[in-house]
Design a protein around this ligand. Sequence first.
Ligand code: F6P
Length: 323
Amino acid sequence: MKRIAVLTSGGDAPGMNAAIRAVVRTGIYKGWEVYGVQHGYQGLISGDIRPLGNRDVGGIIQQGGTILGSARCPDFETLEGRQKAIDQLKQRGISALVVIGGNGSQTGAYELNRMGFPVVGVASTIDNDLFGSDITIGVDTALNIALEAIDRLKVTASSHHRAFLVEVMGRKCGYLALMSGIAGGAEAIVIPEIEIHPEDIASEIRRAYERGKAHALIVVAEGAKYNAQALADYFKQHQERLGFDVRTTTLGHVQRGGAPGAYDRILATRLGAGATDAIAREETGVLVGMIRGQITTTPYSDVVGQQKPLDLSLLDLSKSLEQ
Ligand code: F6P
């Protein structure tokens, strides 16, 4: 009987549990045994691995986070660490591994695969910066959480005629900022992909007030050269000249902790099932993602090290709406 294992790694994302459930249940449906690895690559190295049955993954599809736990694991970056991980899997007769995670996790998975152990990745990160999937698990839920905060901040901003800086996550990728800015009707959006000076943002805020707006809301990506803190410091320093008062909200990990919405549950279920289908076809060394609505596999050699482009025409669209 075939035996596979599944782990979650890197930053957790809403929908990871739905993906675990899909891997376990579709694996068992295929007649295999499925093992769960606790705490990502750390648990793989230390052998924190246990069998998972259908009931072990019951009642988790609606839960955020990951029942397997996750970790960022420096030991796995060494050849020795990766060899230990492979030994742990082989000792248990496990012949393939599913890695649910984002960029860093899939880079580790690629290394494992290059060392001869069959791995299939499932695209999961709120950053949406993973090449090989138009959208990744957790993005939609994180976006909706950010949006709820933006909507609320707009209300209080309007009451006080204030400007607000709202910082969203995304590492070096501006996807979350761009999309939450568009959906939240932001007066300006700051992303890492396009450098913009604080003075230009100040002009946009002033223009918003001149157009009669009661507030100015600027969505800032954490990875931008001038993040929310840097912008706030600049505005404070020049407050008298600029003529507006600014408040800052950093959403941080709040964006990651939510219960997955319908979109993420379905995406995660399809991608998790896609991973066991790929293993059944003996197609390993690939990332399972969704491209143009279809579940696809992309070889790790094409995924790792690639920069996923952000559609900057959407930034132009947002500018045309800031009226
Ligand atoms: O990659 C997901 C992410 O949430 C990023 O958006 C963020 O920069 C990072 O993880 C935070 O990492 P940690 O949870 O280790 O603080």
